[in-house]
Design a protein. Structure first.
Length: 498
């Protein structure tokens, strides 16, 4: 049973840890993927914004220089260079004409710079990765299809789309290329699509479609740019397996430690059942035998069979005492469990413990006298505490009775009650053979009795000391034992003062 319980304990712990790690690691991967997609969306928007801004500048320059060839100046409206009406302003006019020519030349240089990458990019019918063979510049990575790109810099391919669906590459802003067939399929799928961010899973592309400045723009990025979560998931998977392996080893040792009280309780329960059955079986056997003998001679009088009836009564009283002790232990266990769950303990009252101890010593003086035992007491007067008087009498009576039973012939029993700081100390010592080291840890176990060589058959059911310890713990104290050949056996009950 304990083996099955241990297996269930380990399996439940492993399942719990596995579920928690899986949920946490899955959440990490989802967050990472969403952040990656947001980064790609930002890169696409930035590419379209730059292309739109550049296109606006180009349209402005075309409008400013429309109809005027570069470097050519407009002729004066009235007369030639020797016209007296304008001869005074020729210097200023020539200066303005020079500035206009300089602006035109600068614009032409910018146009040539812009035209160069566009010429490399070509139209929608050419691939974007076309690079001069004599150039040292590497071709941009290809995105879409089966190719996957990645890295910290996201490759982007922006296009402008005409009303009839033709796409023109914006070569100046391209950091990636798209194969012809992938580009054609993307154009067909996005021709009637709404503006915004989305993905083409079959082509392995993210896209951003947006109209700016009267021009429709499309920007593409590879879906591999947001696939970093896969390597992260693989790493976290390895970490989870390693963590589960380590936790499994820890669980093996932890299960032994955690189930140790269960194993001890299971052992005590089996011993309790066996001992209780034995202690009940013996008087029942005697009672049945006495009854059988009495029934064999129904003609005899009660007086003639009094020995069988007296024996039956004695055994019945012994059973009654055993059952009473069991009920007392069960009640105290129930009260302890209720107190641990938050319920209030039974109300205690003010008890003069000095009077209680003196009364119990007086009760056992006759027992000690019959056995030739010297019974002495040193009880400090006026010691009071809050508790249950009846159970405190049971505690003192059990310790004194136990000492009187196991004292050697002609020996001595000493009872001492004294204050010790904020506690009261009750010590009961008897001379005689000490308790063996093997038996000493078990003297407070239920139904535990030392060997017959020490008890001499005077032992009870083995519940008295268990009840005494339960009473001490109920009052917030404890009960301990020490036994040596020189000092004898000493039971010490320590209880807190009020």
């Amino acid at each position: 049973m304990l083996k099955k319980l241990r297996i269930k304990f380990i399996a439940l712990n492993m399942a719990t840890v596995a579920v928690v790690l899986t949920v946490v690691f899955a959440a990490i991967c989802v967050v990472n993927h969403r952040q990656s997609v947001a980064t790609v969306d930002g890169a696409l928007n930035q590419a379209i914004a730059q292309a739109s801004e550049h296109q606006s500048r180009q349209m402005g320059k075309d409008a400013f220089g429309e109809g005027q060839p570069d470097g050519e100046q407009p002729a004066p409206a009235d007369g030639g260079a020797g016209d007296p009406a304008v001869s005074g302003d020729q210097g200023a006019s020539a200066q303005v004409a020079g500035q206009v020519a300089g602006f035109a030349e600068a614009d032409a240089a910018v146009d040539r710079e812009d035209a160069a990458p566009e010429a490399l990019a070509g139209s929608a019918n050419q691939e974007l990765a076309v690079v001069d063979a004599s150039s040292d510049v590497a071709a941009p990575p290809t995105i879409g299809g089966r190719e996957r790109s990645g890295g910290q810099v996201i490759p982007v391919a922006p296009f402008s789309m005409s009303s009839d669906g033709d796409m023109t590459a914006l070569g100046r802003f391209n950091t990636a290329s798209i194969s012809q067939d992938v580009l054609e399929q993307a154009g067909q799928q996005l021709a009637g699509a709404d503006e915004g961010f989305g993905s083409l899973s079959d082509l392995g592309l993210f896209y951003e479609k947006r109209q700016a400045g009267g021009v429709m723009y499309l920007a593409f990025a590879d879906m591999g740019s947001a696939s970093g979560w896969r390597s992260l998931a693989a790493t976290l998977g390895v970490v989870e397996v390693a963590a589960l392996a380590v936790f499994f080893v820890i669980s093996l040792f932890f299960s032994r430690w955690a189930l140790r009280p269960v194993a001890r309780a299971w052992t005590q329960q089996r011993r309790f059942v066996a001992d209780a059955s034995h202690d009940l079986k013996t008087p029942l056997t005697v009672i049945l035998a006495n009854t059988s003998i009495a029934l064999e001679h129904p003609e005899r009088s009660v007086a003639s069979q009094s020995q069988w009836l007296e024996s039956t009564q004695h055994e019945a009283e012994a059973m009654q005492g055993l059952v009473g002790d069991l009920l007392t232990l069960a009640k105290m266990d129930e009260e302890e469990a209720a107190a641990q769950s938050g319920a209030a303990r039974p109300a205690f009252e003010e008890v003069d413990l000095s009077d209680v101890i003196e009364g119990e010593v007086l009760q056992f003086e006759s027992v000690a006298f019959e056995r030739g035992v010297r019974l002495e007491s040193q009880v400090e007067p006026g010691i009071e505490l809050r508790g249950n008087e009846q159970r405190l009498r049971r505690l003192a009576g059990t310790l004194i009775d136990n000492a009187c039973k196991y004292v050697d012939d002609g020996g001595a029993v000493d009872v001492a009650l004294s204050r010790s700081g904020k506690q009261v100390r009750l010590a009961v010592r008897n001379t005689g053979a000490p308790i063996s080291p093997e038996d000493l840890p078990h003297v407070f176990d239920r139904f535990y009795r030392a060997d017959k060589a020490r008890t001499g058959g005077a032992g009870g059911h083995g519940l008295g000391l268990a009840i005494a310890r339960a009473i001490a713990e109920e009052h917030g104290g404890n009960l301990s034992v020490a036994s040596t050949q020189a000092e004898g056996t000493v039971f010490t009950a320590t209880l807190p003062l009020k």
